[in-house]
Design a protein around this ligand. Structure first.
Ligand code: DGJ
Length: 371
């Protein structure tokens, strides 16, 4: 491993085990020499193997819709990736919720110890409806590599109040205060009160499993203006009904969550379609909040395109993988909406300070991060 000069001894030791990481922003190849096609997804670590999965993109603007499904790769070292194929496939049946031509974004997978099943959540938009459906899709498998069986899709938490409202506050009057909120650009964002009966809007998302096995679905809701943190049932196949709002009216997309030394961190982006914007970071002592705004964690300039931290090196946050206590990898996508199959991946080690702040420094590959 070359040019290693990283901030902590523990992280250096963790990275010393890494073979030769793929280069950020360049094409990544699998062990057959094919370009890795897994975007907006994540990495599941399970029994000594890493599983990289994400949206399989096709050529041209058609790649903005799902025509294949979710593609997966496996690795022992996070560097060399074996193709495991399409693990959740779109369906040909007209009217299927995951019909070819729908939108499947940001799939995330958790292993449920309680049931022994692998559970996938993803942002689903129904075919022909643009981004109006704002659904969560849920699929399940017996093995990490699938096949994943699509179970259902919905808007989460229909009829459920935000968990931090007391019984006394659960009134029509409270709800009226959360119908819609005017925005600086002249429009309005429809808030949770407008979606109480039919379920909350759910777009960009991640899954997070806490140390005690409790899992959360974290998603952009309320027209993307506010993030919801929704607890899942013990089998991860449904919502427990307890949910909280965070980053209210801050238009946060692309949430990625991790926990380190008693702090929960959420890294996200602003809301500007496929165009890059500045990342933001929050931290909390509990998934229920309150969340404290920490600003932009990104540092340095992308050596390939000259884009700095004000535009997240040309990318957008996506997922955080805890490799070990010493090594957390923050994962980003560089989107190419005119030809999404050419979208690129970027993975960086996260740097945590003893007082609980975070920075993510540009480096050519995650094993070559310079101070
Ligand atoms: C930004 C989101 O982060 C992406 O996942 C995608 O939904 C685009 N918006 C669509 O414009």
């Amino acid at each position: 491993m070359k040019k290693l000069n990283i901030m902590t001894f523990a992280m250096a030791a963790a990275l010393a085990a890494v073979a030769a990481a793929p280069e950020n922003g360049k094409l990544w190849y699998d062990t057959d020499g094919h370009v890795i096609n897994a975007h907006g997804g994540g990495v599941l670590a399970h029994e000594g193997t890493y599983y990289l999965y994400g949206e399989h993109k096709v050529y041209g603007e058609a790649g903005n819709k799902a025509h294949v499904g979710v593609h997966m790769y496996s690795s022992k070292d996070l560097c060399s990736w074996k193709d495991e194929g399409v693990v959740l496939a779109v369906e040909e049946t007209p009217g299927s919720r995951i019909e070819d031509g729908c939108i499947i974004e940001r799939p995330k997978i958790l292993f449920c110890e309680k049931t022994g099943k692998f559970v996938m959540f993803f942002h689903l938009e129904l075919k022909g409806q643009g981004y109006r459906a704002a659904h969560t899709g849920i699929a399940v498998a017996d093995a990490a590599t699938g096949p994943y069986k699509f179970l259902r899709s919905m808007r989460p938490n229909a009829g459920q109040w935000p968990a931090d409202l007391s019984d006394k506050e659960r009134t029509a009057e409270t709800m009226r205060k959360f119908i819609e909120i005017p925005q600086w650009w002249g429009g309005v964002a429809k808030q949770w009160g407008s979606h109480f009966a039919g379920g909350q809007m759910s777009r960009d998302m991640t899954l997070f499993k806490d140390d005690d096995g409790t899992a959360y679905h974290v998603f952009a809701s309320e027209d993307n203006s506010t993030v919801h943190v929704a607890e899942l049932t013990k089998d991860y196949l449904d919502y427990s009904g307890r949910w909280w709002r965070m980053a209210e009216s801050q238009w946060t997309e692309a949430p990625a969550v991790c926990k380190k030394d008693g702090w929960y961190y959420l890294i996200g982006s602003g809301c500007s379609g496929w165009k890059p914007n500045m990342a933001r970071c929050y931290r909390a002592r509990s998934m229920q909040g309150p969340w404290e705004f920490l600003g932009n964690p990104c540092r340095g300039v992308n050596e390939l395109n000259g884009v700095g931290p004000e535009k997240t090196w040309g990318g957008q946050s996506n997922f955080i993988l805890k490799v070990s206590d010493a090594l957390y990898l923050a994962m980003f996508d560089i989107w190419k909406p005119k030809n999404q199959i050419d979208s690129r991946l970027m993975w960086f080690p996260m740097e945590f300070t003893p007082d609980g702040t975070v920075s993510i420094r540009w480096c050519a590959a995650f094993d070559r991060c310079k101070r």
